[in-house]
Design a protein. Sequence first.
Length: 307
Amino acid sequence: MERKKASDFDPQLLSLFNRYVHGGINRREFLDGAAKFAIGGMTAIGLWEMLRPNYAWAQQVAKDDKRIKAEYTFFPSPNGNASDGKMRGLLARPASGDKFPVVVVFHENRGLNPYIEDVARRLAVSGFIALAPDGIWPLGGYPSVEKYGTEADEQAGAMFRKLDEGKYNEDCVAAAEFLLKHPQSTGKLGAVGFCNGGARVNMLAVRMPQLAAAVPFYGRAPAAADVPKIKASVLAHFADLKNDANTTGTWAGYEEGLKANGIKYEGHIYPKTFHGFHNDTTPRYDEAAAKLAWQRTIDHFNKTLKS
């Protein structure tokens, strides 16, 4: 399928799709609303297919890339959602070397999909040990794309909404603690996350004073009262306020709190982009903004975790 851009779609349609992705409406409601944008022989279901993720586009680092080692691993999380106290994630690290800084990667509201796995591999190529936990592992884990195709993401979203959020926070903390204790860890910890995962990064910054670098992509800000607890150096990425008011709209207050408490930070709002602009599997992807934001992310981790 040809890759489409956000500019190929009416902004109102993208806004409608964003509501669907975040569980505000179901597929039928999205299709009903999308019908008015289906012109020139296009159908609402055709628009849905165009907007859905195509995970073949996400692979920048192959699973068998010789520069890295990547495998699924289990880590203890006794206070989380798993009844047996064990969570699963993708662990990616450089193929050679002794000690490395560690970065936990938090997914969006749909579990550990192929895009997030590739982000973990990208970090390994850049010289970090990365762990991308699957928040929906206690419910069976991210559904097989090979088996379910485009339905996998929808199923994963429904599973994610069943999680106990408080326990999921504990799973995120457990993942970070597991990385810190990894035998190849230098003891310097960073976190990056997208959408819901961006909010988890902010939560981790509040909860863990050991976190040295926090990089939330379009993640909602923590409560103002919690901002003084942050010890990490924060690098925040946001979409255009006009296109993502619910998330980007939280930045002004967050920045004020960071500044007032003398916390190191940078914040960037990428003009004309939409929520999810780094996710290279959907038309919301903005290549220029995504590459710039990612280079800033790697530079931030290099400066904060490797020096």
